[in-house]
Design a protein around this ligand. Structure first.
Ligand code: SAM
Length: 283
């Protein structure tokens, strides 16, 4: 049996049985593999790092999308940078009145996700409300004059083409694309094995926004414990939204979820002490 061996974090390896290789190609940007695993179903990896799996993608994408959208309460335009597997787009399409722009650098990721892992995008790519642009997200936010209420940075980790999506300049350009009261959410890795990414994003976002924090979810296929979503906005009330208000919005939106609940939303922002200390530690 072939083993997929993810060595994303030094000293730590995640080995997954490869029951069947569905697709493997070095696109001109990334080494893309889709394979079958008995626990996770179909798994997509880019440059040797697990991106998404059929079985646990709902956790990752529901928390990426419903936390900012329901905290904000009046989202009509959302921008996804990255997210080529279509999972974030699928969650956003659950809202009738949200127009989505999605900017991914690699068309092959989109095409292969649609073809070999259709449950992840769930038809989102065929939804007329989705405007898909194949481009470098970093350049896109530099050049556009459009604004969005929520920007979801569903990027690979800060290596290869994804590296530019963690810079101060990129965050500043994203801020320039936010409508007032808008929220930016980042994929910020697994704090226990990516402490420096967490702290760097925290410091860079804190230079730009009044309210910066993280919220957590455990994604079974991401090794090392809970993963962190970066949260940045100038509207400090968004994180203080009450449970009853969230319940109201969740019910009104009429969306079906399998992980997200308003209670989980609020609890996700409760950072355990060791993660709080990562954010305040004097080097
Ligand atoms: N869940 C994954 C994770 O946590 O690492 C991310 C999933 S998604 C597949 C990552 C996407 O980022 C890929 O489709 C990749 O093509 C895209 N990407 C990487 N660098 C990019 C860039 N500079 N601009 C736009 N998209 C980029």
């Amino acid at each position: 049996m072939e083993l997929f061996d993810e060595g994303l974090h030094s000293g730590v390896n995640l080995a997954l049985n490869v029951e069947k290789v569905v697709y493997r190609e070095k696109t001109d940007l990334q080494d893309l593999m889709i394979f079958e695993n008995s626990q996770f179903g179909r798994v997509m990896s880019l440059d040797g790092a697990v991106q998404t799996t059929e079985k646990d993608e709902f956790i990752y994408h529901e928390m990426f999308v419903h936390v900012p959208v329901l905290a904000h309460g009046k989202v009509s335009r959302a921008l996804i940078i990255g997210g080529g597997d279509g999972g974030a787009a699928r969650q956003l399409m659950k809202y009738k009145n949200i127009a989505v722009t999605m900017v991914d650098i690699d068309r092959t990721v989109v095409e292969l996700s649609k073809k070999y892992m259709p449950s992840v995008s769930g038809g989102a790519f065929d939804d007329p409300r989705l405007n898909l642009i194949i481009a470098d997200g970093c350049k896109f936010v530099q050049e556009t004059d459009e604004k969005w209420d929520v920007i979801i940075i569903d990027s690979t980790d800060p290596h290869g083409p994804g590296e530019v999506l963690y810079t101060q300049e990129f965050y500043a350009d994203c801020k320039g694309c936010l409508s007032s009261g808008g929220i930016i959410i980042t994929q910020n890795g697994v704090p226990f094995v990516q402490e420096s990414e967490l702290r760097t994003s925290y410091d860079r976002l804190s230079n730009l926004f009044k309210d910066v924090s993280f919220y957590l979810a455990a994604i079974p296929s991401y090794v090392g414990g809970v993963m962190a979503y970066g949260w940045a906005t100038d509207e400090q009330d968004h994180r203080k939204v009450s449970l009853s208000r969230l319940v109201e919005r969740y019910v009104e939106a009429g969306i079906a979820t399998d992980y997200y609940t308003p209670e989980v939303h609020l609890a996700a922002f409760a950072l355990p002490l060791h993660i709080q200390k990562m954010l305040t530690r004097e080097d």
